[in-house]
Design a protein around this ligand. Structure first.
Ligand SMILES: *[C@@H]1O[C@H](CO)[C@@H](O)[C@H](O)[C@H]1NC(C)=O
Ligand SMILES: *[C@@H]1O[C@H](CO)[C@@H](O)[C@H](O)[C@H]1NC(C)=O
Ligand SMILES: *[C@@H]1O[C@H](CO)[C@@H](O)[C@H](O)[C@H]1NC(C)=O
Ligand SMILES: *[C@@H]1O[C@H](CO)[C@@H](O)[C@H](O)[C@H]1NC(C)=O
Ligand SMILES: *[C@@H]1O[C@H](CO)[C@@H](O)[C@H](O)[C@H]1NC(C)=O
Ligand SMILES: *[C@@H]1O[C@H](CO)[C@@H](O)[C@H](O)[C@H]1NC(C)=O
Ligand SMILES: *[C@@H]1O[C@H](CO)[C@@H](O)[C@H](O)[C@H]1NC(C)=O
Ligand SMILES: *[C@@H]1O[C@H](CO)[C@@H](O)[C@H](O)[C@H]1NC(C)=O
Length: 327
């Protein structure tokens, strides 16, 4: 009895002392891909069992026998001397595979790893490529739809990383996340949205381009165009004004001359003949002063007696006109 107990104790001790290792302890894979785990012991295992989420999926017997529950689970022998190692591969991983993966060797402690089954969604930058004028405020919104777990969204503008405040909504097991990047349009840039979950070794991304139109140059051309147009208009106006002014002046001048002439005539009419040399030439001049005006020779009389009008005048009833020629 005692001997049996001792024997059992020894057996248990030796079995329990068998070292069991499971690798990796954490695995994150995309749904539909493969998950791999290695389990190794230092003692030849009489029985090795694999469980996924509490379900027995693979049993390996020392007698070179492998039983698998479905063909989604397979085991490969990687045993080397002193290291009894088996790898199991879970193909086409499903969401219900997520959880605990356990390797147990008879007489050894169970080893447990964690399997995370993740979902890869889509990445979209709302609005796509953008064209902005220089200095304009621009927003880019990145939408990551259908991810699990909640993804880490970040930006890269011309290769420079920007973190962002991701806001997410969950629908069932999936997350929609969005994140907005506000930039000032300074130069042509490539704007990349990066979406990362642990199962992805490299993030998924989407890239759009920000084309910046140079405002200053455009303004300058506009300014130049406006200036030129304005100058041309001003010039045209000046020319027209000049012409009009010139014409007016000429007209004025001629009328002025005429007036001058008239004035001269009048002054000649009013001036006593003695003072008007030209008067001599005038045949209408009568120097005899017969009408009794002072000094005689008065040309023009507009008063009272019509009959006093000198010869050479004709009378129109109101005024006396004198036809004459100036030499
Ligand atoms: C399991 O071990 C084998 C042999 O060392 C190795 O080739 C394989 O990559 C390992 N698998 C995992 C998931 O570590
Ligand atoms: C695993 O491989 C080792 C060495 O190649 C071999 O001795 C052992 O029998 C194999 N075990 C099974 C179950 O195939
Ligand atoms: C698992 O089962 C499938 C069929 O159900 C079989 O083809 C495959 O070889 C098995 N894997 C191992 C490692 O025995
Ligand atoms: C954005 O522009 C790039 C090149 O300029 C082009 O290849 C791409 O198709 C454009 N994307 C969209 C959504 O228009
Ligand atoms: C998200 O990614 C950024 C940059 O790669 C990193 O600094 C940050 O720790 C990540 N956050 C999470 C929650 O993974
Ligand atoms: C994230 O949002 C919080 C609160 O809305 C704000 O205080 C913080 O500055 C934001 N961080 C970034 C990087 O935008
Ligand atoms: C996530 O986005 C998709 C596509 O835009 C939409 O159909 C779905 O309703 C969204 N889910 C949530 C929780 O907003
Ligand atoms: C951006 O690129 C466009 C054409 O690709 C060019 O016309 C424009 O001048 C560029 N803008 C800047 C700020 O370099």
């Amino acid at each position: 009895m005692y001997g049996f107990r001792l024997g059992l104790f020894l057996l248990i001790t030796t079995v329990v002392t068998a070292e069991v290792q499971l690798q990796p302890l954490n695995a994150a894979v995309l749904r539909g891909s493969k998950a791999r785990f290695n389990c190794s012991t230092t003692q030849p295992p009489s029985v090795m069992t694999w469980m996924v989420n509490g379900r027995l999926v693979v049993t390996i017997l020392q007698a070179s026998e492998v039983f698998n529950s479905t063909d989604r689970y397979s085991a490969t022998n990687f045993t080397t001397p002193g290291n009894y190692r088996w790898e199991i591969v879970i193909s086409n991983v499903q969401r219900d595979d997520a959880g605990e993966v356990t390797c147990q060797v008879l007489g050894g402690a169970a080893r447990m790893a964690t399997l995370s089954v993740q979902e890869r969604g889509s990445v979209e930058i709302v609005g796509g490529n953008q064209t902005k004028t220089e200095g304009a405020q621009t927003e880019f919104q990145c939408r990551a739809v259908g991810w699990f777990p909640e993804p880490n969204v970040s930006w890269s503008v011309n290769g420079v990383a920007y973190s962002c405040n991701t806001s997410s909504v969950a629908q069932g097991n999936l997350f929609n996340s969005s994140c907005t990047l506000a930039v000032t349009a300074v130069k042509n840039s490539s704007v990349q949205c990066l979406v990362k979950i642990p199962a992805l070794s490299t993030p998924d991304s989407n890239t759009v381009f920000l084309t910046v139109e140079k405002l200053a140059k455009r303004d300058q051309t506009v300014l130049i165009a406006v200036t030129v147009a304005f100058s041309a208009a001003a010039l045209l106006f000046l020319i027209i004004y000049g012409i009009v002014f010139f014409c007016k002046r000429r007209k004025k001048k001629s009328s002025y001359q005429e007036e001058l002439r008239r004035a001269q005539i009048q002054s000649q009419n009013r001036t006593p003949a003695t003072e008007n040399v030209r008067g001599w030439d005038n045949r209408g001049y009568i120097g005899d002063g017969h009408d009794g005006h002072a000094n005689g020779g008065v040309w023009y009389t507009n008063h009272s007696n019509k009959h006093q009008a000198p010869d050479g005048f004709f009378h129109d009833g109101r005024r006396n006109h004198r036809h004459m020629t100036i030499v």
